[in-house]
Design a protein around this ligand. Sequence first.
Ligand SMILES: [Zn+2]
Length: 497
Amino acid sequence: MKLMRSVLVLATFPLVLVVFTGCVTEPSAITGEKRSYGYTWQQELELGRTSDQSLIREMGLYPDDGLSRYVTEIGERVLAQSSLRQPDTPEIYRDLEFTFRVMDSPVVNAFALPGGYVYVTRGLLAHLNNEAQLAVVLGHEITHVAARHASQQALKQQWGQIGLVAGAVIGQTVTGNQNFADQFLGVGGSVFQMLSLKYGRDAERESDYYGVKYSAKAGYEVGESAEFFNSLGRISGKSGQRLPTWRSSHPDPGERESRIQQLAAEMRELYGDLNVGEAEYLKQIDGLVLGENPRKGLTLRGKFYHPDMNFEFVVPNGWRAKNEASRVTLVDPESRGVVVFSIGQGDTPQEAARSFVASSGIQPLRSESARIAGQPGYVVESLVDTSSGRVLLRNEFFSYGKNVFSFLSYSATSDIEIYRPLFSRITSSFGPIANREIRDLQPARLVVQPAKDSAYFKSFIGGDLPYGLDQADLAIINQVELDEKIPAGRPLKLVGQ
Ligand SMILES: [Zn+2]
């Protein structure tokens, strides 16, 4: 919960983008040869721009300007050596500006959107050991953009609906998917669906190859990246671990590692002494949040808490809660009742209500002042017809702290007598966090410190590890084995607060 918007607004923009031209043939910025794409360059730019905003709302940006500037600096350095920035590069490609972002997610991932958007998560940054590794990751993603791999893939899969994906969140809800609530919880209805689409092995090889090449030209010791690919393999090898998409779309880590080692040897011949950039990199990530950040929201014993904004509300028994950067969605076990908590657009509840009505295009049935969660507020009710029946939408806006919040609840009108009391139980339970310990929760942070003596890695790990992180994870983060002997003085990434 940080960047805010009514959930309905999210639905409105990507629908505009659904123009699948069929086939466009243009010279590749990478190789110069003619290639076929599913989108024109102009459409790719538009797709990137709108999906970027939707990604920010769903994932949130990591709030560290210094780190974000640093990642941008390395990205630009690699980009400057890429085929997008050569004197003979066609102008449409050469003029493309890139945006590099650090996302506030513990999942290890890097990805790109068409039109020059490259993302790394804080989870990924924690797993890198030096600037050279970061450069290769960024170079890989820059190549996906430059080679227009998403657009090529779109053509192959006839995925005309790419722009629809984000819109599906409520688009499908209101147009009538039987289990409409699942649209909110599954990956089915979000921009992530687009990101999880695989580019194919050839595209990945091409990105590895040029990513390594551009990084070496930018002065980096690219052999370092083989170590990181090895740790990606270790992450996905751990049982029960969610497979990071960056890894899942890049098969054969072993083959990849040896291919990169070979390429790195060639690069050394070509460019001589190359830079690893360990000290600079570790300085930048010292203090990085590690694992889930409880201050951004957690569900515990029947309640949702947001320590950063100091509020809590009830999550009824059996209901699922999904916490995203811009909203919290609660869905009942039958997937027939939904409550979406988010921040309203406007300075007063009435203003937020007005902006909601205007942006959603909904005809209010009722629209009036009311007391909500003990606060002065404003309520809007409307009926929406869907193919699976009529839905009653109730949106309650109220002021709390510096914000206007909103509870949007809905179910089929035929179910409303069942859900009304539950909805009201949730909204009326809203208030400041009573439990001081929960209010003061702090995330774990990465602390960089040199090994005092030569010892096995596991002897450096303290007792208290944050939720979801074990000793083996910490070894992977450091790109070492638990029983590996660490020489005195080697910098280690350990856990602190
Ligand atoms: Zn890739």
